[in-house]
Structure formats: C-alpha cells, structure tokens
Design a protein around this ligand. Structure first.
Ligand code: AVJ
Length: 321
C-alpha cells in the first residue's frame, strides 16, 4: 500500500529495556504489600480483540459516549482545529474513533498511529489506508511508556493534532498522567492541539457495572493478562486459580481491577518461590475518573490551555480540546 509506512521500535527494543521490563514485572509480582502487573500487558492480539468486545457491551458506556460526542459535536470540533493538520494518535487501538475524527477535520494531511500491539496496529492501519487512499499513514509500533520522542513527529512542520481517546489517560496515576501529558506536549510542541477523551466521575453503581459487565467479557480480558505474561516470560500461572474483581475506590476516585487468588499456591519467578495466599490479589489496572475542573487543572499544569470541553447528553464522558 503506497500510502502506508511502518516503523517498528518494538523489535529494535534495546536488550536492557527487555530485561528492565522483566524485572519490573517480577518486582510487581513479588511486591509483598500489593502484587501488581502493568496494564500494558492486556493488549496482545487476543486482549485487543476482547477489549473491542467490551466496547460493544451494554454496560461499558465510555466508547459509545465518546462516539456520541464525536458525532454530535463534530462542527464545534472542526471549528477549533486547523485545516491540513497531521494527526498523531497515541495508543491507537481500533479505527472507530480516528475515522470519525478524520471525517470531521478539514483535509487532514497525514495520520501517524502509535501502538504497542503490533499486529492489531498493522491490521487497522492497512484497513484505514484502503479507506483513505489519499491520506499518508505511518504506523509506529512502540511502547510510548518507554519511547518518548519520535523524530517522525518532531520533523512535522504542518499543524499537529494529538489524539488520545478512550480515557486511557485514566490508567495513569495523577503524577504519571501529568508526565504523559508533558511527553505529548514535547512531541506536539507549542500552538498545536491535543484531543483527549476522559471518563468523568459518576455514580459508583454505573462505574462498577461497566467493569463487571454482565457478559463476563471484562473478566476474560482481565484474566488474559496472565496468559500474556506466561507466553512472554515463560511463566505458568493458571488462569482458573484467579477470579476477576473490579470496584470503585472512592478515596482515590478510580476503578481498580484485580485478580483474586482462589487458593494458596506458589509460583517460581526468577528461580524464587513466590507465595500466593487464598484471597490475595494482583492489581492489574486503575481507571481514574475526573471532573471537568480537575482534568482542566491537570492539563494546565502540564503546559496545555483548555480550548473546549465537549460532553455527551448525560455528562458521562468528556472530549477535551
Ligand atoms: C482502555 C484503559 C480506557 O480503563 O476503561 C476496559 C480499559 N479496562 N474495561 C478503561 C478497560 C476494563 C479501558 N481503557
């Protein structure tokens, strides 16, 4: 496809990053206070497909609300954003949202898609390249937790619009979220735009239902992380030894996902026996929820000016420009 380029940073990952990642994982699982696994391990091919299914489930409202905003507020979005822009999406996932944005914008000049799930990324950018034959597309497989600066982005002279939908910003703690926004700002540089999706604070029951969907897809998505680390690091966690847990931590204003052990067992990690006692959990994800005010404050403290906040009718979700 002549309008699609592919840059692979994952394969050229330096040896020390791979070792560092393994150590990070092992330390997280050895952590006596709270065992944990980085949520980036959710997104192997299977995990990305399971997440797509979650977005279609009745209980998980975020994607539907974000699409509603992109649909119904398209004129307001178009009015604020420059014509002929380069769009850079961090953590792309499926094409649903970017297609909407590309249709809203005035003659976007190119699309750069960055994602850690290489196969999923290539599959989606190939589809997009067919649907938008005149749009220059670059797929970059990278883990933007590790790789900050992308020459490809820095070299762009046209107006740049960063795109970070889906409230993935919610996965980060407040400090990490600020660091991530500052990374985006470094890549986007002054007087350019960021379009970011943020899940807003709301009633606890609605939130907990969204992460304990009645079809049990989120439970499968959560448990799949064990299969990913088993494959990646040669471990042998047994998925059936765990059950899915997701609850809203009022104090920390976040949904927490955990895997709770159903029995006592031990797992060998780096030649060391790690004990798991019945009922103990592995913390797999946080999804922080924001008010419009406290996310605007975070954005301002990260070097951004809030141009516009667009929400759905129920104020469940916000798209911040
Ligand atoms: C993709 C990180 C935004 O936190 O809501 C969905 C992932 N986890 N159901 C979220 C997720 C459980 C999702 N993000």
């Amino acid at each position: 496809m002549q309008n699609l380029d592919f840059i692979d940073y994952l394969n050229t990952k330096e040896r020390d990053i791979i070792t560092e990642e393994k150590e990070e994982l092992i330390n997280g699982l050895k952590n006596s206070n709270q065992k944990k696994i980085n949520p980036k391990y959710f997104y192997d091919q299977k995990g990305s497909i399971l997440f797509e299914k979650i977005t279609k489930s009745d209980d998980y409202y975020t994607t539907k609300k974000e699409m509603e905003i992109l649909d119904q507020k398209n004129k307001k979005i178009k009015k604020e954003l420059p014509a002929g822009s380069s769009i850079i999406e961090f953590g792309a996932g499926s094409n649903k949202k970017i297609k909407k944005l590309l249709e809203i914008l005035d003659s976007p000049s190119e699309y750069i898609s960055i994602d850690i799930s290489k196969d999923f990324l290539l599959e989606n950018t190939k589809k997009l390249a067919k649907e938008f034959p005149n749009l220059k597309i670059t797929a970059i497989s990278a883990d933007f937790n590790h790789k900050f600066e992308f020459q490809k982005i820095k070299s762009i002279t046209k107006p740049k619009i960063g795109f970070f939908p889906g409230s993935t910003i919610g996965n980060f703690s407040k400090t990490e979220a600020r660091k991530t926004l500052i990374k985006f700002r470094k890549n986007l540089e002054s007087n350019n735009f960021l379009v970011i999706g943020v899940d807003l604070k709301k009633d606890k029951t609605i939130l907990e239902k969204a992460y304990n969907d009645s079809e049990g897809i989120t439970a499968k998505f959560n448990k799949n992380i064990l299969k990913v680390i088993n494959t990646k690091y040669g471990l042998n966690f047994r998925v059936n030894d765990f059950e899915h847990k997701a609850f809203y931590n009022v104090k920390k204003k976040r949904i927490e996902m955990h895997l709770s052990t159903k029995k006592n067992f031990s797992q060998v990690l780096n030649k060391r026996n790690i004990k798991f006692s019945k009922g103990e959990t592995i913390h797999t994800e946080n999804s922080h929820k924001y008010t419009k005010n406290n996310f605007s404050k975070l954005a301002r403290n990260s070097g951004f000016e809030v141009v516009k906040i667009l929400t759905d009718k129920k104020n469940f979700f916000g798209v911040f420009l």
